[in-house]
Design a protein around this ligand. Structure first.
Ligand code: ADP
Length: 610
């Protein structure tokens, strides 16, 4: 048997390569620089881990985040591969030990944070050993056109040049437009690399965009429909994380929180609660998750719209990494757009850049934000929109997103639009200044709010002309008018009239809106072509309990023992001999030896009872 396949099965328990993996591995083994662009969960790690086992010398993986390294190293060790990581979380003593072992050639793979590349201990150690490959993970961090630009990444070529012999250099990323891909290749100094783009599609993910009037209520109802499942709720700000966590706890959910404002200890404790399945809902800012390899996340809900399609696809993509059905739901409101703009303009991440670089980053961020707003408002296939954004052409109808699953219809909203537009005009004329959206909606809906009475707005003609409509309905049309450019916001969030709206008010131009026939119907995860097909649900639950027990004993997250996908395969095939057990996807030699007896015995017991 080809040695590659032998190792694939022995260490990782898989029989086949996924799209793109084998070509990349072959190129790397032939000594060629390589560049893999694959979606999250596509199996990028395998592309450098497997050749690392076959090459003479050590593989250094440069990776930006501590949590990712730890997780990867744990998984490798659990599969019987010697590996280590080097980052700021290690004590001097631990560092010394790692450098010592590295020098003795005990590791095949060492993960290192970019900041550590030029530290004394590290440079001294790598000069003594033979480095077979430098693999750059999350390679888009080197480009200022991409999101997550990290200036320390720019120093990687200097590190490579400092090595006595130039190793094979490889780069991997999940999110890179053509422009960013070219930047990566150039800045890393890849030498005529083998480049492969396997496509960004994640067929097991269901995408949806909702625009609820009350996000908290909607979130609670979504979570109630998904009781017991594991998921992440992303918010744009720390304040929202705090509030949403509290609301969820008050409603009886097992929720924990994560953002950069918490102490290191709390962040770590909360992350562990989530990873070890003690809490099934994580409410977090985007500080959480890069490198979280938790494979059993079955939904990612965005409480706010993130600032770019890259960020959204990456965050949403943390759902369903093991290939089972998972949902990505975005809750949109027009306010999210101004919050995102504020975050872009005031980002402290760019402090270390020059003014020109900073302006270029902001400009790029604003362009990406516009595209994200379009995604949130499109009535055509959501998956197709994302894939095209990343340069992948695709069919118009994926049959597995909110827009494809719900029939759309076009409605004439001219009358409501005229009411709203004339209200904007009248209130402005009456007050002499431009008010915000909330006040205008309240005037239209005949609110007795004190501010309205004080301003005597109950006397104007527009007062109460939409009183028969719900707040949500008025807001939806209002947002549509903003999105389509009939209204604009000034720098103080005041609503202003545009040229475009004159035609509606004075020339009777029609305004249309596409809406779903059945409102806000989301997938429940119970139906649909890719929903979980667990062979024997009773057995699956037992296997999960066994996994939990082992994980507890070994103090590792459950998914490090086996992924959900592996458990599903087990529940389907019900292996009772070691040979049958080895046939399960995700069961390698080491894991079979470690866990084979426990699982097969439980399965035998279950079958005999049945
Ligand atoms: P990425 O880094 O691209 O986001 P990972 O490398 O973490 O993805 O892989 C995602 C999941 O896919 C992991 O659970 C991994 O074990 C699994 N995987 C990788 N390669 C294969 C394969 N050839 N067959 C089946 N599963 C695989």
């Amino acid at each position: 048997m080809d040695r590659k396949y032998e190792l694939l099965s022995k260490y990782f328990g898989y029989k086949q390569f996924r799209a793109g993996q084998e070509e990349l591995i072959d190129a790397i083994l032939s000594g060629r620089d390589s560049f893999g662009i694959m979606p999250t969960g596509g199996g990028k790690s395998m592309c450098y881990q497997l050749p690392a086992l076959m090459m003479k010398g050590i593989t250094i993986v440069i990776s930006p985040l501590i949590s990712l390294m730890k997780d990867q190293v744990l998984s490798l060790k659990n599969a019987g591969i010697s590996a280590a990581y080097i980052n700021s979380s290690l004590t001097i003593e631990q560092l010394r030990k790692v450098y010592g072992y590295m020098g003795e050639g005990r590791y095949k793979i060492v993960y290192v944070a970019p900041e550590r590349l030029f530290t004394e201990g590290f440079t001294a150690t790598v000069k003594r050993i033979s480095v077979a490959m430098v693999a750059v993970d999350e390679a888009h961090c080197i480009s200022q056109w991409g999101q997550d630009f990290r200036p320390t990444y720019l120093k990687i070529p200097q590190f490579i040049a400092s090595l006595p012999v130039r190793p094979v250099v490889t780069a991997f990323t999940a999110t890179a437009t053509e422009e960013v891909q070219n930047d990566i290749e150039r800045l890393l100094g890849l030498r005529s690399p083998f480049r492969t783009v396997t496509g960004f599609d994640r067929p097991n993910l269901y995408f949806d965009v909702l625009r609820p009037g009350n996000k908290t209520e909607k979130l609670i109802s979504l979570l109630s429909d998904r009781k017991g499942k594991t998921g992440i709720v992303y918010c744009s700000t720390r304040k929202d994380v705090e509030k949403v966590t509290e609301d969820l706890r008050d409603s009886g959910f097992l929720a924990t929180r994560y953002h950069a404002g918490l102490s290191d200890e709390e962040r770590k404790a909360n992350q562990d609660d989530f990873i070890f399945d003690r809490k099934n809902i994580m409410v977090a800012t985007n500080a959480f998750g890069m490198g979280i390899d938790k494979s059993n996340v079955s939904f990612v809900i965005h409480y706010n719209m993130p600032k770019s399609p890259e960020a959204y696809y990456q965050e949403a993509g943390r759902a369903g990494r093991d290939g089972t059905f998972a949902e990505c739901i975005l809750m949109f409101s027009a306010k999210d757009v101004s919050t995102a703009r504020f975050l872009i303009e005031n980002s402290s991440e760019n402090d270390e850049l020059t003014e020109d670089e900073r302006q270029a980053v902001i400009e790029g961020d604003n362009r990406r934000l516009d595209r994200m707003v379009t995604y949130s408002n499109t009535s055509s296939c959501l998956r197709a929109y994302m894939l095209r954004y990343f340069g992948q052409n695709t069919e118009d109808n994926c049959c597995n997103c909110g827009n494809c699953k719900n029939e759309m219809r076009t409605v004439d909203i001219t009358e409501d639009a005229q009411k709203i537009l004339s209200c904007v005009k009248r209130v402005k004329d009456f007050l002499g200044y431009t008010p915000g959206e909330t006040l205008l909606i309240n005037v239209l809906r005949e609110s007795r709010e004190q501010r309205i009475l004080d301003l005597k707005l109950d006397a104007i003609k527009s007062y109460g002309i939409m009183k028969e409509k719900s707040k949500n309905d008025v807001k939806e049309v209002f947002d549509r008018l903003l999105f389509d450019g009939y209204l604009k916001k000034n720098e103080f969030e005041g609503i202003i009239f545009t040229e475009k709206s004159k035609a509606v008010l004075f020339e009777n131009e029609k305004v249309y809106m596409t809406v779903r026939k059945t409102r806000e119907k989301t997938s429940t995860g119970k139906t649909g072509k890719s929903s979980i097909a667990v062979g024997d649900p009773g057995l699956y639950d037992i296997l999960r309990a066994v996994r939990m027990r082992i994980a507890g004993k070994e103090k590792v997250p459950a998914y490090i023992v086996f992924s959900n996908a592996a458990l599903q395969d087990m529940a389907e095939k019900a292996p009772v001999t070691m040979e049958e057990f080895m046939d399960i996807s995700g069961v390698g030699k080491v894991k079979a030896e470690l866990y084979g007896d426990i699982f097969t015995e439980e399965i035998r017991k279950y079958l005999s009872k049945k």
